[in-house]
Design a protein around this ligand. Structure first.
Ligand SMILES: [Zn+2]
Length: 194
């Protein structure tokens, strides 16, 4: 799997031009069919369909789905909806209040929060290392009292350091930044080595 920009036309152009690299070996990815259409729940009860592009490596032959950063692996809700839920939960809101705010089922939101909390220490550690690498004079976020809030704080701090280092990162939201950095593994799959 490779996280790509949400601009489908631009991604298709880059794929056909041989500008996308295999995450496994670094060789050129070539077009390879499309995935099945998926319905995704967006903000304010919006619904949209995505049909992820597939690709195959010209060297190791491994196939990779090109997942737009607007959606996360195996999630029915758009990334921006889940991000909002995690940030509200980091403020100390119970899952039922978060679900009410987003207009979603409590079980759905409870599932995100449990999943994120179970890997929160890995996320916190990964983005703390990123903060140290990106910032000239890194300031560690204060402990927030919960693993979930500490992980969210680490993402926010690393993103802020990235925007100070590279001005173009100001156009990339903190969770797009996080998704790209850990190849979409915010709620699933193993985080890459930091
Ligand atoms: Zn490869």
């Amino acid at each position: 799997m490779l996280i790509v920009a949400a601009d489908v036309v631009r991604v298709e152009g880059r794929l056909r031009a041989g500008e996308l690299a295999c995450p496994s070996c670094g060789a050129v990815l070539a077009p390879w069919e499309h995935g099945r259409p998926r319905e995704v729940r967006g903000d304010l009860w919006a619904r949209f369909f995505v049909r992820p592009r597939r690709s195959r490596c010209s060297s190791c032959q491994v196939r990779h789905v090109l997942l737009p950063e607007a959606i996360w692996q195996r999630r029915a809700d758009a990334a921006e909806v889940i991000e909002t839920g995690l940030e509200i939960a980091a403020l100390g809101m119970r899952h039922c209040w978060v679900a009410a705010h987003l207009g979603l089922a409590e079980g759905t939101v409870r599932g995100w929060i449990r999943r994120f909390t179970s890997r929160a220490e890995d996320v916190r550690r990964y983005f703390t290392v990123a903060l140290v690498a990106l910032a000239d004079d890194p300031v560690m976020p204060d402990s927030s009292g919960t693993p979930l809030a500490d992980a969210v704080s680490a993402v926010v701090a690393a993103h802020r350091a990235a925007t100070m280092k590279w001005s173009h990162m100001n156009t990339v939201s903190r969770w797009e930044f996080a998704g790209r950095a850990i190849t979409g593994c915010i709620l699933s799959c193993s985080l890459p080595a930091s």
